[in-house]
Write a protein that binds this ligand. Sequence first.
Ligand SMILES: Cc1cc2nc3c(=O)[nH]c(=O)nc-3n(C[C@H](O)[C@H](O)[C@H](O)COP(=O)(O)OP(=O)(O)OC[C@H]3O[C@@H](n4cnc5c(N)ncnc54)[C@H](O)[C@@H]3O)c2cc1C
Length: 246
Amino acid sequence: MERIEEAEDIVSLVLAPVSGPVAPHRTGQYVAIAVDLPDGSRQPRQYTISSGPRGDALRVTVKRVRGADGTPDGQVSTWLHEHAQPGTVLDVSQPSGDVILDDSDRPLVLVSAGIGITPIAAILEDLSRRSPGRTVRLFHADRAHDTHALYASLRRQVLAMDDARAQNWYTKDAEDAPTLHPALPGRMDLSEVDLPDGAMVFMCGPLAFMRDARATLMARGVPAELISYEVFGPDLWSHGSGSQAA
Ligand SMILES: Cc1cc2nc3c(=O)[nH]c(=O)nc-3n(C[C@H](O)[C@H](O)[C@H](O)COP(=O)(O)OP(=O)(O)OC[C@H]3O[C@@H](n4cnc5c(N)ncnc54)[C@H](O)[C@@H]3O)c2cc1C
């Protein structure tokens, strides 16, 4: 295992099998990682594979969940941050999940916030290798540039594509961020961004964030059936379309 400190409280783990080939996965899928906690319980949690299919390893990117207002720290994310080191053997499930990258050539709009960047990073890595001509617009919101996970690889992949553009919003120090396109301050606002005709939209982030983004996109004429999403927790979003392929 390789461990990469991505940003404050965000670590990537590059996982290779102890023996045999790495299990194949589709871009957008996740694995469950089970760990033995100090209280003796064994707890699994899902983590999106944040790399495209590579053949030799898969990367997950984990945000450390810190307790706030009296709530406890997240159990598994804290364990992984404190204990997962090169040489640690983890119990990792087969990849699964139905939210996968489609193989069409439709333009793609990718909308994310915070650690919701993980499936977006996988999609972009895959596209930059297999379909560098596909039109992609990335819209990402984060606290600040230095909390934006996987930024360096996203930047490389945007530059490797013919028609990919990224716009970031940061609530802190947006004006100083060394992004390709100047970052905007505050919360994401999709009301005036460039939306390629006929684009499919894929979103990942907190529910309230995705509800706002979806409402804005629909007000701009994006049909609901072209908007899909991934929720990092129980899917409490009851608008009917559910998680779908991007
Ligand atoms: C499909 C999918 C993909 C995902 N992909 C990623 C990813 O790529 N990267 C990533 O970082 N995460 C991802 N997640 C989230 C991940 O699975 C975990 O949910 C996350 O890491 C938190 O797990 P934890 O064990 O650290 O926290 P938990 O121990 O499960 O705690 C979760 C929250 O509950 C609160 N809590 C716990 N007990 C109590 C209590 N008694 N009272 C009040 N509050 C309490 C904690 O304070 C914490 O805020 C994904 C989830 C899904 C479903």
